[in-house]
Write a protein of this length. Structure first.
Ligand SMILES: NC(=O)C1=CN([C@@H]2O[C@H](COP(=O)(O)OP(=O)(O)OC[C@H]3O[C@@H](n4cnc5c(N)ncnc54)[C@H](O)[C@@H]3O)[C@@H](O)[C@H]2O)C=CC1
Ligand SMILES: O=C([O-])CC(=O)C(=O)O
Length: 332
């Protein structure tokens, strides 16, 4: 199946492969969008037993695309087998929220999935494994997975806030009439939840500081709530949670992690805190990050005004509450 690709193959495990995001994600991974056209991909799909047949259908369609980068597809209902040799683990499989729910309401329903998957990653992953948690509540699920993988360095576990980041770029582009590519240094801080803080104070738009271009009232009362509540607005409109845009953000996250951020810009990712910017060490929080030589680094030395500090602190407080809740549930 593999064509004229040059690099060593990478094993990519996707959980929840028969779900909505899985269907939007797998074809892009297989086509080379995530790791590049020169890297063959060995896909391993993990599903619950009832959804294995649907995953088999997706595998048939993957075969029918005849992607030169797709070396193999295997389907499992056993996490240990699915994560054997994994280089990139995309933990998508989890229940989505419905109308009227916050993502934190899913803690109890979904938290139990991530401990066993962390253990399976610990047991079988490649030494340079990269893990992205998409299933909600993503930050705290990543914390659970990392805490069950003591032999895997904590910086290998991340959660997705790239969708929030992309939503913020899009809102700013629409508001200012500038192309998305003219907006730099946007940051999402904190939790992938309604408390997240989309920070424009460090951003530039067309080379000018964003606060000079934007009206503070619009930032506070329209922009921030629009970005932070976009997931709920999509659920309201579609009757189902974001899928294609979530898959796209997952592709962006891993591609940036592997291939690096462009000079002069950064992105947002939830990573295990080293204590930077007052986030308690060990919490999985979104930060401004660059990727250099395949590792995330937090952008240091940013000055935070009082408004930003208060917003970040509120999101951190929620992450602390979520951590305490999963500890009480015995999931950590
Ligand atoms: N971090 C982010 O930005 C975003 C996160 N999400 C979250 O992603 C998750 C998945 O969303 P959808 O694909 O729309 O849901 P879905 O319900 O369409 O698919 C979920 C799939 O996961 C599978 N699954 C459940 N438990 C599993 C387990 N233990 N192992 C393997 N597979 C398992 C289910 O059988 C199902 O096929 C949800 O938690 C959703 O809230 C969604 C959008 C954005
Ligand atoms: O809002 C949800 O539940 C799904 C999600 O995480 C998003 O779209 O950001």
């Amino acid at each position: 199946m593999a064509g004229t690709t040059e690099n060593a193959p990478v094993t990519v495990t996707v959980t929840g492969a028969a779900g909505q995001i899985g269907y939007a994600l797998l074809f892009r991974i297989a086509s080379g969008d995530m790791l590049g056209p020169d890297t063959p991909v060995r896909l391993r799909l993990l599903e619950i037993p009832q959804a294995v047949k649907a995953a088999e259908g997706t595998a048939m369609e993957l075969a029918d695309c005849a992607f030169p980068t797709l070396e193999s597809v295997d389907i499992f209902d056993d996490a240990r087998k699915a994560f054997d040799g994994v280089g990139v683990a995309l933990l998508v499989g989890a229940r989505p929220r419905g109308p009227g729910m916050e993502r934190g309401d899913l803690l109890e329903a979904n938290g139990g999935i991530f401990g066993p998957q962390g253990e399976a990653i610990n047991a079988g992953a490649a030494s340079d494994v990269r893990v992205l948690v998409v299933g909600n509540p993503a930050n705290t699920n990543a914390l659970i997975a990392a805490s069950h993988a003591p032999d895997v360095p904590a910086d290998r576990f991340t959660a997705m806030t790239r969708l929030d980041h992309n939503r913020a770029l899009s809102q700013l582009a629409t508001k200012t009439g500038m192309p998305v590519s003219a907006i730099r240094r946007m940051t999402i801080w904190g939790n992938h939840s309604a408390t997240q803080y989309p920070d424009v104070f460090q951003a530039t738009i067309g080379g000018r500081p964003a606060p000079e271009v934007l009206d503070q009232h619009w930032v506070e009362h329209t922009f921030i709530p629009t970005v932070a509540r976009r997931g709920a607005a999509i659920i309201e409109a579609r009757g189902a949670s974001s899928a294609a845009s979530a898959a796209n953000a997952a592709i962006d996250h891993v591609r940036t992690w592997v291939h690096g951020t462009p000079e002069g810009d950064w992105t947002s990712a939830a990573i295990v805190s080293d204590g930077s910017y007052g986030v308690p060490e060990g919490l999985v929080s979104s930060y401004p990050v660059v990727s250099r030589e395949g590792r995330w680094e937090i952008v240091q030395g940013l000055e935070l005004n009082e408004f930003s500090r208060a917003r970040i602190d509120a999101s951190i407080a929620e992450l602390v509450d979520e951590r305490d809740a999963v500890r009480d549930l015995g999931l950590l």
